[in-house]
Design a protein around this ligand. Sequence first.
Ligand code: PLP
Length: 379
Amino acid sequence: MIYLDNAATTKPNHSVLETYIKANEAVYFNPNSPHKAGLQGEQLLQRAKNQITELFDITSEFDLIFTSGATESNNLAIKGIAYKKKDVADEIITSVLEHPSVLEVVRALEDEGFTVKYVNVTEDGQIDTDHLQSLMTDRVGLVTCMHVNNIMGQVQPVEKVSEIVQQYPKAHLHVDAVQAIGKVPLYFDHVDSLSLSGHKFHGLKGQGLLFVRNLHQLTPIIHGGGQEYGLRSGTVNLPMNVAVVKALKHAVQDTETTNEKLAYFNQSLREFIQQYPGVYINSPKEAAPHILNISFPGVKGEVLVNAFSKYDIMISTTSACASKKATLNEVLLAMNVDKTRVEGSIRISMSSETSEEDIEAFKAQFENVYEEVKELLQK
Ligand code: PLP
C-alpha cells in the first residue's frame, strides 16, 4: 500500500510505541497520587513538559497542557478564552480556512451571543491581513489563525497576524499548528496559545498539546479533579505524554531535512501532473510541501479516491473529517476555485517517512486512473 494521506494521520513511530509500552509497564502511576510513585509520575510529567518546551526554546514563556487531541486543545483555547473575556471583549476573529475544530467552536460561540467576524481569504489561500487590521477593535478578545492549512497546505502569515494582534492588549492570538509541525518552523513570538496533535507527526492518536503563554487567560471547559493547572481535569495519560517527546524530537530536529525532501517530491509531482491535460494544481507554489491539492474537473473527488484506492494508493478528497460530508469544500470556495474544480479535488499528503518509491508508485498508478477518467474531464 502507498500511503499518501498523512494530513489525515501518520503512522506512529516505532520508538514512540516502544516508549509508550515501557512507560505503561514501569510508570503507570497517577501523577496526582500523594505517594512516592505518584510523586515520581509527577516529576516525569514535568520533565516531559520541559523537554518539549525546550525543543522550541519557550520554557520560560509557555506552559503546556496535555489534552486528548488538537480538537480538544482548540476547544479549550477558544472557549476558555472567550468565556474568560466575555464581559470585556466579546468579539472573535477567524477565517473559513480554519479546521472544523476551530470553525465549529467559533460558530457555537456565535450562537451563544459572541460576535464573530470572518477575515477575507486571498486567491492564494492566505488570510488577508489588511482586512484583519480593519476588523480589529478594542472589543476583540480572540483571533484564531492556523499555521498551515490542512486542505491546500498554504502557510499563513502568522508573524504579520501577531504584529497586528499585539497592538490590541485585550486580544489573544490562538494558532492551530497541527499541520505545520515537522514541516515548517513553528512561530511562537507574540502567540498566546498554540495547539498540536500527536498523530500528525508520527505520535499516537488521542494525544493533544496546548501551549499557553498565560494560564490566567483561560477558564476550564472540562471540570473535575483539577489536573493540568485546573484547566483540563481528568487523570493524566503519563505514558503517552512521555512517549510524545520522542515523536516531537524527531519532528522538530528533522524539520529542515523533511521540508527539503518533501519540497523535492512536491516539485516532481507538480511537473508530472502538469503533463496531463484537464488536471489542475490547486495548492499554491509557496504552500507547505507535504500537501498537494489537485483537481480533475468533471470527475468527483470521491470517485478519484476510490479509483486510486483500487490501485492501493491512499489519498483523500478534502480532510478526513469533512470527506464524508456532502458539502463543497469551503477553503477552495473561499479561494474562488471554480465549483467543478472543487468537486473534483483530491489531496495528496506526505510525511517525513514518504519515500521516492512512494512517489514513483503514485505516478505509475496516476496514469491508470487518468486513462479511466480522461473522457469525463472538462478540458
Ligand atoms: N487542526 C488541523 C489543522 C487538523 O488538520 C486537524 C486534524 O485533521 C485537527 C486540528 C484536529 O486534530 P485531532 O485529530 O488531534 O483532534
